[in-house]
Every structure is written in C-alpha cells, then in structure tokens.
Write a protein that binds this ligand. Structure first.
Ligand code: SF4
Ligand code: SF4
Length: 88
C-alpha cells in the first residue's frame, strides 16, 4: 500500500485532536466504526494542521478494509464514527 488514508473531515469538534479536522497522526477505527482515538481533554494536541490519517481499522465487514488497514481514498468522521463504512 502506497498511501495512508486521509481523514478528509471530522465534525467531532469536542475531540482533543480536532482543529478544523483531524490532527491525529494516525487514528484507529474500531470494530463498530468508532474512532477509538477520540478523546476529550482540557487540551488540544496532534499535528499543527488537520492532516489526520487512518492508521488502523478493525471493521473487517467494510469493503475498504484490507489487512486491518483502510484502502478508501479518504474517510469522513461524524460523531466519532467513520461514515465511509460500506458493507462488503
Ligand atoms: S477522527 Fe477521531 S481522533 Fe480525529 S478528530 Fe475525529 S474523533 Fe478525534
Ligand atoms: S472506510 Fe471502512 S475500512 Fe476505512 S476506516 Fe472506515 S470502516 Fe474502516
């Protein structure tokens, strides 16, 4: 795999990694499509710009999942869950 899937958008503004989008270097999406990197803290962190990526995905039922990685061109996250999920 040559590219790491981008988090194109994330509307979860109460996440510590949200700054007009996802700033986490690599998020993990769990087996129910939830972003398990989501965290609320009295701090903001991550990359200087919203350049988040999907580092791992455990949602095996998704057509974009290959070897526990995401192969979609990009994903959208709403309410700390991946909405780009598509059932196989
Ligand atoms: S994709 Fe996950 S870690 Fe990134 S801002 Fe959204 S909820 Fe937070
Ligand atoms: S599109 Fe599918 S494989 Fe990619 S992060 Fe979302 S649920 Fe996982």
């Amino acid at each position: 795999m040559s590219t790491i899937t981008a988090v194109k958008s994330c509307t979860t503004t109460n996440c510590a990694f949200n700054n007009n989008g996802c700033t986490a270097f690599a998020v993990t999406i769990d087996g129910k499509s939830a972003c398990s990197t989501f965290i609320t803290l009295d701090a903001r962190g991550g990359l200087p710009t919203a350049d988040g990526r999907v580092g791992a995905c455990q949602r095996l039922e998704c057509t974009h999942n290959k070897d526990l990685l995401c192969t979609a061109p990009g994903v959208d996250v709403v309410d700390a869950a991946c909405t780009s999920f598509e059932a196989r």
